[in-house]
Design a protein around this ligand. Structure first.
Ligand code: ZN
Length: 379
């Protein structure tokens, strides 16, 4: 394969978006980031004055392209979700299974393993959001499927051996030794859909919890005498926080408070996307109930938010608009920081020599023009 030479754009380097920088890609990796004129040879890709950023990494994707992972825990289902989100700049993601029966979890894990083994572009692992959650904070999850994991279940939930496993659980519902066991088996454990107290959350951190899932949503709020999960997450400098920046799930003022409270690099954009992203239909079935997005808001019949209709490029633009961030930092929150959270920070999420050539080309309005995964444009 000939080298690719990206030029005539602004490239997100360690110094922000820099003009007059070109990027050379060979064999799926970035081999050079050069100032000045592009070198001779290779296939030239003219960025037309736009922006070249590391491809977005989304750690919470329930569905896309009309497919809900829970309803299609298969290689084909993952492929459809990957295609749908790639149009919006996502070049790495965790298909996310919400609370379900052990048999469905087993199929989801097997499908993820197979997708990665066959080199499906963009699949980095999977996210098991539940079923070890708190009924009081269930959101749209089916509390009838909630349970406490025993040793067999811990082994099953951490069985993926060729990608990342992220597990969201309620620390007050899972014994600390079980949280420890999940972390010891390599899972990244986050708290979410949790009614935990601040003290229970701190015990969870000590047992290996590394972050929280969709900060502010489905967790105990911050109050003066009771900091809750939100207070624990904002106060602990090591805690990573996924956050849904769609202007619906979290008030812009609360978003800005989180940004101010957290050390740089600990706040991650997630979509929590449902099947309507990249699909013609605004409706899908969840646990047998038909759910429809109205004005971009996804709710179940009981009125609970049921994920989002957000795509990652929109999340990046929203972060600029609602958080007052530069496009460079918004892109880092969608790429570099999630890569670091997943333990992939030395291979993914940056434009630098040696990194994978997972790239997104944005126009002047931060709309996606094209993506590359391991140097390959979308077929
Ligand atoms: Zn959730």
């Amino acid at each position: 394969m000939q080298p690719l030479v990206f030029h005539n754009g602004h490239v997100l380097t360690g110094r922000g978006f820099e003009p007059e920088v070109c990027v050379v890609v060979e064999d799926g990796h970035i081999v050079a980031v050069l100032h000045g004129d592009p070198p001779g040879g290779g296939v030239r890709i003219d960025l037309g004055g736009g922006y070249l950023a590391p491809g977005f990494i989304d750690i919470q994707v329930n569905g896309g392209g009309g497919v809900l992972f829970n309803n299609a825990p298969s290689v084909e289902g993952i492929a459809a979700i990957a295609r749908a989100h790639r149009r919006f700049g996502t070049t790495g993601f965790l298909p996310t299974l919400i609370s379900d029966d052990a048999a469905v979890m087993h199929r989801a894990i097997a499908a993820t393993r197979q997708a990665i083994a066959q080199g499906m572009p963009g699949v980095l692992g999977l996210h098991l959001e539940g079923p070890y959650l708190a009924p009081a904070r269930k959101g749209t999850h089916d509390a009838g499927r909630f349970r406490v994991p025993d040793a067999d279940e811990i082994a099953m939930a951490t069985a993926l051996d060729n990608g990342v496993t992220l597990i969201t659980l309620a620390p007050e519902r899972v014994p600390t030794e079980s949280i420890r066991a999940l972390a010891a088996r390599g899972a990244i454990v986050c708290a979410g859909h949790t009614d935990a107290s601040y003290e229970q959350m701190c015990a969870g951190f000590a047992a290996g919890i590394r972050g929280v899932t969709h900060l502010y949503n489905a967790m105990t709020p911050l109050q003066g005498r009771e900091p809750g999960v939100v207070g624990a997450a904002l106060d602990d400098e090591n805690c990573w926080c996924g956050i849904i920046v769609d202007g619906v799930h979290v008030h812009p003022a609360s978003l800005r408070i989180a940004l101010a409270a957290k050390p740089r690099g600990k706040l991650l954009l997630v979509t929590d996307a449902m099947p309507m992203v990249g699909a013609a239909s605004p409706s899908f079935a969840l646990y047998g109930e038909t759910i429809t997005a109205r004005d971009g808001v996804v709710r179940n019949a009981a009125g609970a938010l049921a994920g989002s209709a957000l795509d990652m490029a929109s999340a990046v633009r929203n972060a600029v608009r609602l958080l007052g961030l530069g496009l460079d930092e918004a892109c880092r929150m969608a790429a570099q920081y999630p890569a670091e959270f997943l333990g992939l920070g030395s291979s993914h999420g940056r434009i630098a020599p040696g990194y994978r050539a997972d790239l997104v080309w944005l126009d002047a309005n931060a709309q996606v023009r094209a993506t590359w995964i391991a140097g390959r444009a979308e077929a």
